[in-house]
Design a protein around this ligand. Structure first.
Ligand SMILES: [Zn+2]
Length: 504
């Protein structure tokens, strides 16, 4: 695999970021045989020209060596306001990588191993090497993996980073360097555990890491559209071709994980990748969520899908993401009321989202998997919304009847999401029904059960809270032979109470 392919694809996908400017990253690439570091004439582009004098400096904390030239197309900006003899741009890169490494180490992550290589090019010593080169606007940074200490894990590598960001449109060199250093160096952190988790996990967690390093950076915000345009695409398989924007957009899922379960879940994921070197990332995550967080991939994914209903203009204080107003709104399909649709397909780790008019006293929905279909890990989420807020959310969880209803008074729209929280598997089909109070449909709201069970209060967080396992049991025991609507209503009430004690 060459370095150029993913960057070109990302350039196509980069349109539509907040600044409408290049915002793409190069995927992690291994070194092909015969290639090398950009000081070698055999290295893949970008590489220094043979006549360039390549200098290097050691960062203030002595963990990094920054390589640069003052000549030709790869020249760094020459300004040296402090008269140190080293260009200020290079000093900024050096200090930023130190800050990033200190930050990740502070969260508990491994840092890359020493890359001392007596028989090859190690950049001069065992420090982590950053080469400032001109990407000519087809990318802005790349981590290149080299050797792995045991052949599979604890891998070393080096970094390429854009030499001057001229024409890239970042608001400042500081923001550009913060973004690149935090993203690319997190790929080096990943490699210090186990590389090869796939593009969704590697890019998604790197986008999360940048946001965690500095929330004011807008990398995550810009990439969310890559996920929110197609929430019906599975998170469980890496996309191919132009779909690579989806992998960066998947940063939103890891942002959700970090906000919901804490940084420890990201740390546990990488640590588990070493313990289970053959396992796919959803399996690793499920292992961690079950073992350490009293949750599961299924429960987490269902809640993620719910949080995604309150982003962009519908970001609502107290519901979902802390900074959801900066994220793209999720794409839905508008249909009328009542709505019946046969063979609605939902993929593993994906959602199908429909939107109907609000205004009726209640809107009900049901999803009936085709006969013979395993109904596990299916969820039906109904959200009463306005253009600017999520008002109420009700969830019905399988495997019992997937049926729920939500009070729609005061809502301009009701969003109905069929969510599949499996980690793998073929798509499943079912019959979707959505209807409002008084309409003749099998899923029409059950008026007799409405009074007093759903109020117009705060939006709720309809999935179990790992910090209150005793409550979860109580709520989930509310199921039974009654329609799923009742289950959902009870769940809603129970979780509404729990939500008040939730810390953010
Ligand atoms: Zn990346």
């Amino acid at each position: 695999m060459t370095a150029g392919v993913p960057t070109l694809l990302l350039l196509l996908a980069g349109a539509g970021t907040p600044r409408g400017l290049p915002h793409e990253r190069e995927a992690v690439v291994g070194l092909a045989a015969g290639s090398g570091r950009p000081t070698s004439p055999a290295a893949p582009a970008p590489r220094y020209q043979p006549e360039d004098t390549v200098e290097s400096v050691v960062s203030p904390g002595e963990r990094f060596r920054i390589h640069f030239t003052r000549q030709g197309p790869h020249a760094v900006p020459a300004a040296d306001a402090d008269g140190s003899g080293v260009p200020d741009f290079v000093e900024r890169v050096a200090s930023t990588y130190e800050r990033v490494a200190t930050f990740y180490a502070g969260l508990g992550f491994r840092l890359p191993p020493d890359d001392t290589n007596p028989t090859g090019d190690d950049g001069g010593d065992g420090r982590f090497d950053v080469y400032l080169v001109d990407f000519a606007r087809i990318g802005d940074g790349a981590f290149r993996q080299e050797t792995c200490l045991d052949g599979v894990t604890r891998c070393t590598g080096f970094m390429l980073q854009e030499n001057d960001f001229a024409g890239y449109g970042y608001p400042s060199d500081a923001e550009a360097v913060d973004t690149l250093a935090s993203h690319e160096f997190f790929h080096a952190v990943q490699a210090a555990y186990r590389p090869g988790l796939g593009s969704i996990a590697s890019e998604g967690t790197a986008v999360w890491a940048t946001e965690r390093f500095e929330p004011a950076l807008d990398d995550l915000e810009g990439f969310t559209r890559g996920y929110m345009l197609t929430p019906d695409s599975t998170l469980a398989l890496d996309p191919a071709g132009p779909g690579v924007a989806f992998s960066y957009g998947a940063g939103l899922f890891f942002q959700f994980l970090g906000e919901r379960y804490g940084d420890g879940v990201l740390l546990a994921l990488l640590e588990e990748s070493v313990r289970q070197p053959e396992a796919r990332w959803p399996v690793l995550l499920d292992t961690c969520l079950r073992r350490d967080f009293a949750s599961s991939f299924d429960a987490a994914f269902a809640l993620f899908a719910t949080w995604n209903l309150g982003t962009g203009p519908r970001a609502t204080t107290g519901f979902g993401y802390a900074r959801g107003e900066g994220y793209a709104p999720v794409t839905t399909t508008s249909v009328g009321l009542p709505h019946a649709q046969e063979r609605v397909r939902v993929a593993a780790a994906a959602s199908r989202l429909f939107e109907v008019p609000g205004g009726a006293s209640f809107v009900g929905a049901s999803f009936e998997p085709e006969p013979g279909t395993d109904p596990a890990a299916l969820h039906l989420v109904l959200a009463a919304v306005t253009d600017t807020a999520v008002l109420r959310v009700v969830t019905a969880d399988g495997p019992d009847a997937l049926r729920a209803q939500v009070a729609a008074g005061g809502a301009t729209r009701v969003v109905v999401a069929v969510v599949d929280g499996r980690m793998e598997g073929l798509g499943r089909y079912g019959r979707l029904c959505i209807a409002a109070t008084g309409q003749a449909a099998s899923c029409a709201p059950l008026e007799a059960q409405d009074a007093g069970t759903v109020d117009a209060g705060r939006p709720v967080d309809p999935i179990d809270d790992p910090r209150t396992p005793a409550d979860d049991g109580g709520c989930q025991a509310a199921g039974g032979p009654l329609a799923g609507a009742l289950v959902a209503l009870l769940l809603g009430g129970c979780l509404r109470a729990r939500r008040r004690s939730r810390a953010r």
